[in-house]
Design a protein around this ligand. Structure first.
Ligand SMILES: *Cc1c(COP(=O)(O)O)cnc(C)c1O
Length: 425
């Protein structure tokens, strides 16, 4: 029993994994938060490290048998310090503390609240409808229910974050914590401007780079390291590691952050994930990662321009990063039916609100498209032009299943010539 494979012991789950493998191979995956983790990352996360309990931190654990786990965690931390330390505006690796135990991006952010805030404190972040994340104070999130959330937005004319509004709101409401971080925002964040505002009002400044960590590591987006008090991230978006979270902070905050993660919020860390993060950090330190990150942004710019050329309304007129938001209503279709038709053509994106969207959140005007996954497959500008053509054909014939079937065939054919990291067909 013990040594039998998944296929032998559980044909149902094995079949689902086969089917998801195929789906991920045969489609253009454009969900901006997704990627293809490497086979090496997946091998580490699928290892015996999942068996071990190790509450605490290296050399200060509550269980014995940590000879190996301590080394795994220390290796992940030292690689991340090296990787992000070299992007620092000040202080470098020497003023960087890293915690790799948060279970994911959401829990990493909760640890920041626990470290710096009391229930009822004022906090500020970009509102969800403007491209912010749930955990930056949205009303349905614990962060909007346990804290007094004052969201800032984007300008009506440019759809860009309005730093004058951020400053005005901060001076009026005196937040304890100021977030800079986005989930559906195509432009560069000015971390120095946020720092200046946080200093004016005595707030802790937290940067959440969940989406852009890979771009930051490679110098494709300005780094908040050495500027923000604390930086949180997922490890599975542009960073291309396993599903996980991490916190990088200035050394003065090390004890508060570590205590908030454990024992404040979590029990034992997911050591198999920690190993996967170490592998991803090594990959990000490697020779080819900077050109990967550069290609993500180049592909996004190319795709945005190709869509604009076809008459699509790309918000802010383009992108600086890995994603774009498109208001589909000018093409006579809403975001949700557009995303559903695209999915039938094996072009997988998500429906998304656009700034000042007059439609409801569950049936918004836009779609969000990102290039991290297709870039991991080695696709480039020529493929982005083809993709724009397919998107246009599908959304202008969203109820014509024969057009969709034709595009699906072309998409599958293209995908068959671009191997996907970690996917075995
Ligand atoms: C994705 C994301 C998160 C949450 O990450 P999970 O791993 O899904 O919990 C947090 N912040 C931002 C800005 C994100 O985009």
């Amino acid at each position: 029993m013990a040594d039998r494979t998944l296929r032998e012991t559980d044909a149902e789950v094995a079949k689902f994994i086969d089917e998801e493998n195929r789906r991920e191979f045969e489609s253009m995956r454009l969900i901006a938060s997704e990627n293809y983790a490497s086979a090496a990352v997946m091998e580490a996360t699928g290892s015996c490290l999942t068996n071990k309990y190790s509450e605490g931190y290296a050399h200060k654990r509550y269980y014995e048998g940590q000879q190996i786990i301590d080394q795994v965690e220390e290796l992940a931390i030292s690689r991340l310090k090296k990787l992000f330390g070299r992007t620092a505006a000040a202080g470098g690796e020497d003023d960087l503390h890293v915690n790799v135990q948060p279970y994911s991006g959401g829990p990493a952010n909760l640890a920041v609240y626990l470290a710096f805030c009391k229930p009822g404190d004022v906090i500020m972040g970009l509102g969800l409808p403007a491209g912010g994340h749930l955990t930056h104070g949205h009303s349905v999130s614990i962060t909007g229910r346990f804290f007094k959330s004052v969201p800032y937005g984007v300008r009506r004319d440019t759809h860009r974050i309005d730093m004058d509004e951020v400053r005005k709101l901060a001076q009026e409401h005196r937040p304890k914590l100021l977030w800079a971080g986005t989930t559906a925002y195509p432009r560069t964040l000015d971390f120095k401007a946020f720092r200046a505002i946080a200093d004016e009002v005595g707030a802790i400044f937290a940067a959440d780079i969940a989406h852009i960590a890979g771009l930051v590591a490679a110098g494709e987006h300005p780094s908040p390291i050495g500027i923000a008090d604390v930086v949180t991230s997922t490890t599975h978006k542009t960073f291309r590691g396993p599903r996980g979270g991490m916190i990088l902070c200035k050394k003065v905050h090390a004890a508060a952050i570590d205590k908030a993660v454990f024992p404040g919020l979590q029990g034992g860390p997911h050591n198999h994930t920690t190993a996967g993060i170490a592998v991803a950090a090594k990959e990000a330190l490697g020779e080819s990662f900077p050109s990967y990150a550069k290609a993500i942004v180049e592909n996004a710019k190319e795709l945005a321009q190709a869509l604009i050329d076809k008459g699509f309304a790309v918000t802010t007129g383009g992108t600086d990063n890995h994603l774009m938001l498109i208001d589909m209503t000018s093409k006579g279709i809403a975001g949700k039916p557009a995303a559903q038709a695209l999915d039938r053509a094996h072009i997988v994106a998500n429906y998304n609100a656009v700034p000042f969207d007059p439609r409801k959140p569950f049936d918004p005007s836009g779609i969000r498209i990102g290039t991290p996954s297709v870039t991991s497959r080695g696709m480039g500008k020529a493929e982005m032009r083809m993709l724009a053509g397919w998107i246009d054909r599908v959304v202008t014939s969203a109820s014509n299943e024969s057009v969709i079937a034709k595009v699906r065939g072309e998409v599958k054919e293209l995908c068959s010539t671009f191997p996907a990291p970690g996917i075995r067909m």
